[in-house]
Design a protein around this ligand. Structure first.
Ligand code: ADP
Ligand code: MG
Ligand code: ZN
Length: 510
């Protein structure tokens, strides 16, 4: 019997608002324990919640990007359960009416575009963090995270494999980054996934009983967890057993899931309306305002890049790396050919950045520099290798400038689209000391000789000096040709345009 795996996801996404969902506490990951909390988020009796408007903005942004229906009236509810990470004894969430319903997220799997349908997106608050360690007895509680806003994105059971889920999650991350509503730092728990898995005999219409796995914190962990859980279920069924609906915890170290509890249902949570918060009403104007701020979404962007002639591999990398996409777009705006701009941004420039662990937003090279280099290559003024050398030189010399205390201004100047022609007096001074791409080409004498007359003379000299090779070539020794080209390049100190040299030698040899 073959089985099909069915998977649905509940994705908790931490919103990167400045303050928490229902109080004015600011939150930054990694702060000293219990320094980012107040009576409100610590669950003291009598402290009343006030909804943060930005949380609603962000949730609607996501909803609109996914084509969800935005409920103009939604409400908050209390999900009651007793656990030490929940100071109030309940979590404020949206159970009965979420802010967004329906819609879907597009993603690519095995080279094919798919859509995962969304059930809903709702707003809720995060819990405190429990700390266990060898340095102390028992469990300590850090309330910094309590009350941090989350959106929970619930999908329909539309996935059939771990790989598909991973591809979806990658697309979702790209979308969240593009919308700028979550920092997506997995290692900080900014995206946490509950994965529902069931299996059914191939061809059967009804779904099997699902098991929910909590605590999946990496995309690769999701694949392992799904594969593990599906084979566990299949083994039980094949052994004549039965699957019970339950909640299991994924243990990343041991790569196995362990039973947490038998599945609770809604009744266990005694959901009821949160009477301390009024209904959430959003106007058409508010929705229109958020729509107007919507950036270009990843899939349309991907399609646009492809239509510009950017190769598929680079297009995909660019939409996943928002700041590199910005750099690429600026280079194109500065006149660069899109295909070359993409290949160089993701190729030579990225390699340079990786070498020193630098983000592209801090790179000394500007989009206009890249456009200038590509322009010189296209005009055959410099070779491709010299182009790479120029980029390297920009990195080296401007990094040195930065080392002299000019870093802040210099990088700003370097990033103005006008190739470092900055506007303020201060940075203009710095910009003056920045060597342009043209100046670097000159200083390093990289300009290529393409002048046919000059190269023709060179070719004649080399052929005259290497009669033996000319003979060999005419007798069918093809290697001799490359040797002659090499001799010309050497004699020109690498500056002759190799294409022109090739053509003229071929011409001379008949
Ligand atoms: P709960 O809050 O109890 O987990 P939800 O309805 O919020 O329930 O979440 C249900 C999740 O489980 C959704 O992501 C849905 O796609 C998924 N799901 C439902 N039925 C199945 C099934 N038979 N197999 C796999 N996933 C399922
Ligand atoms: Mg669930
Ligand atoms: Zn607070």
């Amino acid at each position: 019997m073959t089985y099909e795996t069915v998977i649905g996801l509940e994705i908790h996404t931490e919103l990167s608002t400045k303050t928490k969902a229902f109080c004015a506490c600011e939150y930054k990951f990694g702060g000293e324990v219990n320094t980012q909390c107040c009576p409100g988020c610590a669950g003291m009796p009598g402290a009343l919640p006030v909804l943060n408007k930005r949380v609603v903005d962000y949730a609607m942004k996501m909803g609109l990007a996914c084509g969800c229906k935005i409920n103009k009236t939604s409400a908050f509810d209390r999900k009651n359960y007793f656990y030490p990470d929940l100071p109030g004894g309940y979590q404020v969430t949206q159970n009965f009416t979420p802010i967004c319903e329906g819609g879907g997220v597009e993603f690519f799997h095995a080279g094919e575009k798919r859509t995962a349908r969304l059930t809903r997106i709702h707003i809720e608050e995060d819990t405190a963090k429990l700390l266990h360690g060898d340095a102390f007895d028992g469990t300590l509680i850090d309330f910094n995270r309590a009350g941090v806003p989350l959106i929970e994105i619930v999908t329909e059971p539309d996935f059939r494999s771990g790989e598909e889920v991973k591809d979806f999650l990658e697309s979702l991350r790209t979308l969240l980054l593009t919308l700028d509503i979550c920092n997506c730092k997995m290692q900080e728990g900014a995206i946490r996934c509950d994965i529902n898995v069931s299996v059914r005999p191939a061809g059967q219409a009804e779904y099997g009983t699902r098991v929910e796995m909590k605590n999946v914190n990496t995309f690769s962990g999701a694949i392992l967890a799904i594969e593990y859980e599906a084979s566990r279920q299949i083994e039980i069924i094949n052994g004549g057993g039965q699957i019970f609906q339950e909640t299991r915890r994924w243990d990343e170290q041991r790569e196995e899931s362990v039973l947490m509890r038998s599945k609770e249902n809604a009744a266990d949570y005694r959901y009821f309306p949160e009477a301390n918060l009024v209904q959430l009403v959003v106007s058409d104007d508010w929705i229109a305002e958020i729509s107007a701020e919507m950036p270009e979404l990843p899939i349309p962007k991907l399609e646009r890049y492809k239509s510009l002639g950017v190769p598929a591999a680079e297009s995909h990398m660019l939409i996943e790396q928002v700041s590199k996409a910005r750099f690429f777009e600026a280079a194109v705006a500065a006149g660069a050919n899109p295909k070359n701009a993409a290949v160089w941004t993701m190729g030579h420039i990225t390699a340079r950045l990786n070498k020193v662990g630098m983000a592209i937003s801090d790179a000394p090279v500007t989009p206009a520099d890249l456009a200038a280099v590509l322009e010189m290559i296209a005009a055959k003024k410099i070779s491709i290798d010299s182009g790479k050398l120029v980029i390297d030189e920009v990195f080296d010399t401007r990094a040195r400038l930065a080392g002299n205390g000019h870093r802040g201004q210099e990088s700003e100047a370097a990033h103005s689209l006008e190739a470092g022609r900055a506007e303020t007096a201060d940075s203009a001074e710095v910009a003056d000391s920045i060597e342009t791409v043209g100046e670097i080409v000159e200083r390093l004498s990289l300009a290529q000789v393409s002048d046919e007359g000059e190269i023709k003379k060179l070719v004649a000299e080399i052929l005259a000096a290497n009669e033996k090779s000319v003979e060999d070539y005419k007798n069918g020794k093809k290697n001799a040709f490359a040797f002659l080209v090499g001799q010309c390049m050497k004699a020109s100190k690498g500056k002759a345009n190799p294409q022109v040299v090739n053509e003229l030698i071929r011409e001379a040899l008949g």
